[in-house]
Ligand binder design. Structure first.
Ligand code: PRT
Ligand code: ZN
Length: 286
């Protein structure tokens, strides 16, 4: 029987859609019928297991799945000795301590002797220990944000993205502990065959993620400014330069990092570039 790499994905939740999209962008076809527990891809030796995100690290550790996609928060909290093979960048959030608006907060020391509700006791305990703060940690699996208002806790430690949940519960964020994004985790002892499939998958994944960071730009430029363009726009790695019918002009094509793009555009305008076309890149490999 053909060896397949088993990947654990969140069945339904904040990670599901993006995880599936990423894999689809890698040219892997499957139905993604989230009502099933598992399914095989049609054109790549991979099999999907759809699970609750909390279960993914232990399943990967036990070898039920070979790799998985989870929030870094979940991986760090459960602390299994797994390999993080890629940071996927999506599902960004921060784990923060929040207290009622009315509470005066002057640093972690204000939490001495207090009760803190969280779903992340391991990560929180580590933080408190580093700061030499003694607090009682209550492990709660959901709706942590309501615990102060019902008198169960004095503070909470929970994931925050927009902050709206905290505001609507009369809480203020006082101590961001760390930032989390979705990561791809792997069982530490994959055999050569599975490692080989994982490497093939990572090659595709890198091409997809890298492409998302860059823009492809094309423009016409007075030839006299060619040197300036090359030196001004640091992101340009040997642009392709094509002569035009008008010999005072050239056509330039290059790739620019998204973060430098707007800067680059302004500078190109200053250098009298014309007909600037910008397109996104679908895949990009070195
Ligand atoms: O059913 P299952 O167990 O699989 O899902 P789940 O409900 O445990 O997880 P889910 O889908 O809510 O989150 C999965 C992962 O998404 C988390 O482990 C994080 O890595 C990541 N993520 C990103 C978030 C958030 N953003 C987020 N905002 N996870 C949870 N939240 C919650 C937070 O707990 C709080 O209740 O959203 C609320 C705060 O959001 P804002 O926008 O109001 O600040
Ligand atoms: Zn969960």
């Amino acid at each position: 029987m053909e060896t397949r790499l088993k990947i654990a994905l969140q069945k339904s939740g904040r990670l599901s859609e993006k995880s599936l999209e990423l894999i689809r962008d890698c040219g892997i076809h499957f139905s993604s019928n989230s009502r099933v527990l598992k399914e095989a891809a049609e054109n790549f030796p991979i099999e999907f297991l759809y699970l609750r995100d909390d279960d993914i690290p232990s399943y990967v550790y036990d070898g039920v799945a070979d790799i998985g996609i989870v929030g870094r928060n979940e991986h760090d909290e459960q602390n299994f000795p797994l390999e993080i093979v890629r940071d996927l960048g999506f599902a960004k959030c921060r784990l923060s301590i929040a207290v009622p608006n009315s509470m005066e907060y002057e640093g972690l020391k204000s939490l001495d002797g207090k009760r803190i509700a969280t779903s992340y006791p391991t990560i929180l305990q580590k933080k408190l220990k580093e700061a030499n703060v003694q607090a009682r940690i209550y492990e709660i699996s959901g709706s942590v944000e309501i615990t102060p208002s019902i008198g169960v806790a004095d503070a909470i430690c929970d994931l925050v993205s927009t902050g709206a949940t905290l505001v609507s519960n009369g809480l203020k964020e006082v101590e961001p502990i760390y930032t989390s994004t979705a990561v791809m985790i792997a069982h530490p002892g994959l055999d050569d065959l599975k490692r080989g499939i994982l490497d093939r998958l990572l090659l595709r994944l890198d091409a997809v993620m890298k492409a998302a960071d860059y823009k492809y730009i094309m423009f016409n430029l007075p030839k006299e400014h060619l040197d300036e363009v090359a030196s001004i726009i640091g992101g340009m790695k040997s642009p392709t330069v094509t002569p035009l019918l008008d010999e005072n002009w050239v056509s330039v094509q290059t790739v620019v990092h998204e973060q430098r793009f707007w800067d680059a555009l302004e500078k190109l305008k200053e250098l009298k570039a014309m007909g600037i076309l910008v397109t996104s890149i679908e895949k990009m490999a070195d």
